[in-house]
Design a protein around this ligand. Structure first.
Ligand SMILES: Cc1cc2nc3c(=O)[nH]c(=O)nc-3n(C[C@H](O)[C@H](O)[C@H](O)COP(=O)(O)O)c2cc1C
Length: 272
């Protein structure tokens, strides 16, 4: 099957698909798009050629216009709303004792999986710790890692205040996952150069996808560090071989609402 097929009756011969193809594999023959022989190996399957055609004239071997959600311009936020949305995001550290439905968690992960990745490799895999009981068991591994750090890497442990965290956790305050009902982990193959950056971006999108569903989240750096270095936690998580955790997010219904947006440091910008 050809890499692209074109409905010549619909094609406007505007060349937009060729201009937008990131791999520059589309040529125009009398204005109609075509690809050169062997182009397939350069195609990154991003779908731009299909998505950008104003008349839905172009189909890709792996994607037809019917597979794509139509963009509704009226759904897109204007700058003031977008600014307010982004600036009002907060790390949530108090959660209602209420589970989020699995369908909603799947939906926010699906939204986050639209985040960009280098060469459109989409290397991010997701793992959800759904039950709080399992999360408690995993937190014990994080505490074991912290205790090991205190013994074996005292300077790092001191800088991260790990002794205080362990004492606080053992007094009954969950300073690791803040009592969140769920944890979502983005992981990827450690041999894939694109996985760490793609995971960070996707996790950022996940956090932003939460508030419209009445949810909130908080990055879980201690858990991620333990999942990166501590074999017993890795064994408990049982990710595929070579897969490493690159981002961990607590998720749940926020117990409290925020009312104000504190200012951040003035951005340091050069070149303007
Ligand atoms: C990579 C990363 C790791 C973080 N780890 C933790 C964590 O383990 N526990 C926690 O309570 N907050 C954690 N945070 C949240 C930061 O403390 C928070 O983003 C920062 O204080 C700014 O507050 P805001 O997110 O509400 O704007 C982390 C944030 C990032 C980006």
């Amino acid at each position: 099957m050809a890499l692209i097929t074109v409905d010549k009756d619909r094609c406007l011969k505007d060349g937009i698909c060729a201009a937008e193809c990131p791999s520059l594999i589309i040529n125009l023959k009398d204005g109609v798009p075509d690809v050169f022989k062997g182009a397939e190996k350069f195609c990154i399957n991003c779908g731009h050629c299909v998505a950008v055609c104003p008349t839905a004239a172009l189909s890709h071997k792996n994607l037809s216009p019917d597979d794509c959600l139509e963009i509704n311009q009226s759904f897109l936020p204007e700058p003031t709303k977008m600014e307010h949305f982004l600036r009002s995001r907060r790390s949530i550290r108090s959660y209602k004792k209420k589970q989020v439905s699995k369908e909603i968690l799947e939906q926010v992960i699906s939204i986050a999986s639209h985040a960009p990745s280098g060469h459109n490799r989409q290397p991010v895999k997701w793992h959800v710790i759904y039950e709080r009981q399992e999360l408690d068991e995993l937190c014990n591994h994080v505490i074991d890692w912290m205790k090991w750090m205190i013994q074996n890497k005292p300077e790092v442990a001191k800088a991260l205040e790990l002794a205080l965290l362990v004492r606080t956790y053992e007094s009954g305050v969950d300073v690791i996952t803040r009592g969140a009902p769920h944890l979502i982990i983005a992981h990827g193959n450690k041999e894939d150069f694109s996985a760490p950056t793609a995971s960070t971006i996707a996790m950022t999108w996940l956090e932003l996808a939460l508030p419209p569903f009445g949810l909130g989240g908080c990055w879980c750096g201690y858990f991620n560090a333990a999942a990166t270095f501590w074999q017993p936690l890795q064994a408990a998580l049982a990710f595929p071989e070579k897969s490493l955790s690159y981002g961990v997010m607590m998720v749940g219904f926020p117990k409290y609402q925020y009312h104000r947006i504190p200012p951040r440091n003035k951005p340091v910008i050069t070149g303007l």
